[in-house]
Design a protein around this ligand. Structure first.
Ligand SMILES: [Fe+2]
Length: 260
């Protein structure tokens, strides 16, 4: 008798969970479909004429390199360049001038292309948060510009807000590109349904947790673009990440620390 009662109670509850799960899946899928078409794929599509954001996958560690392009001003910035100069050649092919090198942080796989890019023009500078400049001693200090939390960097007329995002590296920043519905370049602090490791020099679980709470305030409609291709997708709508990303769903630093 007890088993019968349990089965009767269990059935409708299971059904309710299934329906809720299906609705959540539909919401996530519909959010993903709102990504700009060239970012809603499983491979980086490089430069597409007229698109503000170009995404490349280059190097041996599945790094994503980004171009932020103002097509009217014919000006661009590159984020976390690799030695492969394909992005620069693509800009040149479209008559666009590279005016800034932006770094999410200074780990070697995010700065590899900086020396070669600096050698292409004496007017180029590297923008990095002061907390991450200690790894850039071999670079000419005259060509390193500090980034501050809340600062707006201009790429042509495109505003890019700097969000200090420690946790993976103490001087890490995210770049919030305020064009179209917005793009958030999250470097190694936040990946699709995952986050950056904290066991490197200057990493911190507490900092990472605080950073994630701040990033959760980014609007759902913004496209999230990570620093590595670790998921199947190359990008996701931030709203979908808020519903599915284990690190973003953690309520405490202990919960974050216990994630596999
Ligand atoms: Fe890193």
């Amino acid at each position: 008798m007890r088993r019968t009662i349990f089965a009767a109670a269990h059935g409708p509850i299971s059904l309710a969970f299934s329906i809720a799960g299906a609705i959540l899946d539909l919401r996530i899928e519909s959010l993903r479909m709102r990504l700009p078409n060239h970012l809603g794929k499983d491979e980086a599509s490089g430069l597409i004429a007229g698109e503000t954001l170009a995404q490349y996958e280059l190097g041996t560690l599945r790094n994503f390199i980004y171009l932020i392009i103002d097509w009217d001003a014919k000006e661009a910035a590159i984020v976390d360049p690799q030695k492969d100069m394909t992005p620069l050649r693509d800009l040149e092919a479209h008559g666009i001038r590279l005016t800034k090198i932006l770094l999410t942080h200074s780990h070697h796989d995010h700065v590899a292309g900086v020396p070669e890019l600096l050698s292409t023009s004496p007017n180029l500078s590297v923008y990095v948060h002061p907390g991450d400049q200690f790894r850039l001693k071999k670079f000419d200090p005259e060509r390193i510009k500090p980034l501050a939390d809340g600062e707006t960097v201009l790429v042509g007329s495109i505003e890019v807000e700097v969000i200090h995002s420690p946790g993976h590296s103490v001087g890490e920043v995210c770049f919030w590109v305020k064009k179209d519905a917005g793009y958030l370049l999250t470097g190694d602090v936040l990946f699709i349904r995952d986050c950056g490791r904290t066991d490197f020099e200057t990493g911190s679980d507490e900092d990472l947790f605080s950073t994630l709470q701040r990033l959760k305030k980014i609007p759902d409609s913004v496209a999230m673009l990570p620093g590595h291709h670790y998921a199947i997708e190359t990008a996701n709508l931030f709203g979908a990440e808020k519903m599915t990303s284990p690190p973003l769903l953690c309520k405490t630093v202990e919960e974050l620390r216990s994630l596999p």
